[in-house]
Design a protein around this ligand. Structure first.
Ligand code: 9UX
Length: 71
């Protein structure tokens, strides 16, 4: 059963930023779907047990963006 995660992503200023974040998350093992929205500044991620929320946050940060503390 896939899990879903919806996270705020800070620092995206253009459409290419969206692509960078999506690509970074999609590479993670166990991620079966990712959709990043520039207007809402949120990422929706579908994943299985091979990944976890912390890995997703780390991937976003490695790509040069941030996940606000509250999210
Ligand atoms: Mo979004 Mo960038 O502008 O190098 S991809 S800022």
């Amino acid at each position: 059963e896939p899990e879903r995660l919806n996270l705020a992503v800070a620092g995206m200023t253009c459409a290419s930023c969206v692509g960078h974040v999506e690509k970074a998350i999609a590479k993670l093992p166990g991620v079966s779907g990712v959709s990043v929205n520039l207007a809402t500044e949120r990422a929706d991620v579908t994943f299985t047990g091979a990944s976890d929320p912390h890995s997703v946050v780390q991937a976003i940060e490695r790509a040069g963006y941030a996940v606000p503390e509250a999210d």
